[in-house]
Design a binder for this molecule. Structure first.
Ligand code: ADP
Ligand code: MG
Length: 238
């Protein structure tokens, strides 16, 4: 697949415009990170790409197809949320298998995919536990595993590490970067943490008040910020 094109993408709530005419070309298999302060429209943009939020204006084109009105379940996209959103009454295995069960995948196929994702994420020994018996880092791995079993070509990750402590965040950054290479998929990742963005992204999109300020590699952003906002945001201590 599938470059992803956002063409003059808009989101309005009544009279309030929270995403303004966003133009962005995301390459196949790119690791692109949206950064910016809280409320600048990062999650809304991601949710429009996922099909979880109606698009108010503009076009979302994936692999050459206009997908504005394609339902979320028919997009080859999986989303990982900040709060993990695991099913509390299900085991880790069932949490990871559930989406495939809904799609009526064969038992052997489900078993193979769950086992493989669990092995890659190093959570094989946790498959029979319930989420409440897991640490934050383990829960985040399960959330990643749940996305992985679907083999999507596009992963959307909304502040996946923000509930973890600083040390674990560092470890998981490296793991997610590794996962991106291994899965050979496009990652669109949202964070308000500029260190995360600078260390993980192929390209960074800096947003402010629903507008894109700059799209560039970490190096170019660091060396040549287009304005004071970008300079302040990228250079700010954590
Ligand atoms: P970010 O993820 O960058 O913190 P969001 O995309 O969540 O920002 O939100 C962007 C703006 O849209 C915020 O000002 C937020 O208050 C507003 N917003 C989000 N959801 C709704 C909604 N359902 N109704 C009205 N305003 C909303
Ligand atoms: Mg958000």
């Amino acid at each position: 697949m599938a470059p992803i094109s956002l063409r003059k993408l808009n989101k309005t709530y009544g009279a309030l415009t929270v995403v303004h005419d966003i133009d962005l070309e995301i390459a196949d298999k790119e690791f692109i990170i949206l950064v910016g302060p809280s409320g600048c429209g990062k999650s809304t943009t991601l949710r429009m790409i996922a099909g979880l939020e109606e698009i108010s204006g503009g076009e979302l084109v994936i692999g050459g197809d206009l997908v504005n009105d394609v339902p979320s379940k028919d997009r080859d996209i999986a989303m990982v949320f900040q709060n993990y959103a695991l099913y509390p009454h299900m085991t880790v295995y069932k949490n990871m298998a559930f989406g495939l069960m809904l799609r009526k995948a064969a038992r052997e196929e489900i078993d193979r995919k769950v086992t493989e994702a669990a092995r890659i994420l190093d959570i094989e020994h946790l498959l029979n536990r319930k989420p409440k018996a897991l640490s934050g880092g383990q829960r985040q791995r399960v959330a990643l595993g749940r996305a992985m079993v679907r083999n999507p070509e596009v992963f959307l990750l909304d502040e996946p590490l923000s509930n973890l402590d600083a040390k674990l965040r560092g470890t998981m950054r490296a793991e997610i970067a590794k996962l991106h290479k291994r899965l050979n998929a496009t990652f669109i990742y949202v964070t308000h943490d500029q260190i995360e963005a600078m260390t993980m992204a192929d390209r960074i999109v800096v947003m402010k008040d629903g507008h894109i300020q700059q799209v560039d590699t970490p190096q170019i952003l660091y060396d040549h910020p287009v304005n004071m906002f970008v300079a302040g945001f990228i250079g700010a201590p954590q």
